[in-house]
Design a protein around this ligand. Structure first.
Ligand code: GLV
Length: 320
């Protein structure tokens, strides 16, 4: 009997076909609807390996149901959707897909920063709606990115990649991180700074910290209050790191100027999320790593990790 894999999303045949040669592959086929919890629980009870994405909650109940389960391969660099303690207790490997998405995610962070600073999405929609009737000096004006100060919270691989892009825009780069990055400081002139001071000095604040119990609500009313009234906040890591209720208030009353969000506390973002009513918010559907090449590379890492475990080998990129 071939080991069984359940994949929670429809995947490209280039990835599925090689797995099918060795394993019994089951896959949730719908692209418009996420796999229902009841289906996931039923599948996990029978499978040897589970392929998940960021919006699948791999909690204790799921891990307890997976009596034969040997690996959860999470197709993301973040793994806050997986209960690592429960996985450890049940002897289940957990892997992620780091490295391959660094530059792609930094590109998106910078694209969102530029789009928010220069009101690109709003300006584009004005053209399509036929509202661009004259050329007026202060119409559609935004904030300069070149020469401004960027403050990066969470200076991991993606943070450093964003910082390198910022240098190309002649920006002053401030960062806050658990550890100092002395090599990057010496090589590129990045400046380490306490969080409160970084928030007060930066024109653009970019959150790239992982989602952990310590980082939930890291940017709340007090922190937003420290920022400049002309500042722009960009979140491309995880919803919840920025408190959405406090952010809504700060954007509405002019505490800060604008925000660009690729991630939300609840995803897909519900249409009644009040942030969607504000003109000074740019929203994206969690597409940090969404280039064709990068998504294929992430899928290949996931396939390799599952193959290794089902063939009795230690997987790469092991979290647990
Ligand atoms: C996406 O959010 C990831 O963690 O890769």
């Amino acid at each position: 009997m071939k080991p069984i894999i359940f994949i929670t999303r429809k995947l490209d045949n280039r990835v599925v076909a090689p797995l099918q040669e060795k394993f019994n592959v089951r896959m949730w086929e719908s692209e418009s609807e996420s796999v229902p919890r009841a289906v996931l629980l039923k599948e996990v009870a029978e499978v040897d390996a589970l392929w998940t994405v960021v919006s699948d909650s791999v909690d204790r109940e799921l891990l307890e149901t997976g009596k034969k389960l040997k690996i959860v391969a999470n197709m993301a660099v973040g793994y806050n959707n997986v209960d690592l303690d429960a996985a450890r207790e049940h002897g289940v490997f957990v892997t992620n897909t780091p490295g391959v998405l660094t530059e792609t995610t930094a590109d998106l962070a910078f694209a969102l920063l530029l789009a928010t600073a220069r009101k690109l999405i709003f300006a584009e929609s004005e053209v399509r709606k036929g509202n661009w009737n004259s050329w007026s000096p202060m119409q559609y004006t935004g904030m300069d990115v070149s020469g401004a100060t960027i403050g990066i919270i969470g200076m991991g691989r993606i943070g450093e990649a964003v910082a390198r892009r910022a240098k190309g825009f002649d920006m002053r780069v401030l960062y806050n991180n658990r550890n100092r990055k002395r090599e990057a400081e010496a090589e590129h002139g990045f400046e380490f700074m306490e969080l409160d001071r970084l928030l007060a000095e930066a024109d653009f604040v970019v959150t790239l910290a992982p989602h952990t119990p310590e980082t939930v609500g890291l940017i709340s009313a007090r922190e937003l209050g420290l920022m400049k009234s002309t500042a722009v906040l960009i979140n491309v890591s995880r919803g919840g790191i920025v408190d959405e209720t406090d952010l809504y208030e700060a954007l509405k009353d002019g505490t800060i100027w604008a925000a660009g969000l690729d991630v939300f506390e609840t995803e897909p973002v519900p249409l009644d999320n009040p942030l969607l009513t504000l003109p000074n918010v740019t929203v994206l559907p969690h597409i940090g790593s969404a280039s064709i090449k990068t998504r294929l590379a992430m899928m290949n890492l996931n396939a390799q990790a599952i193959t290794a475990v089902l063939e009795g080998r230690e997987p790469e990129n092991r979290i647990v």
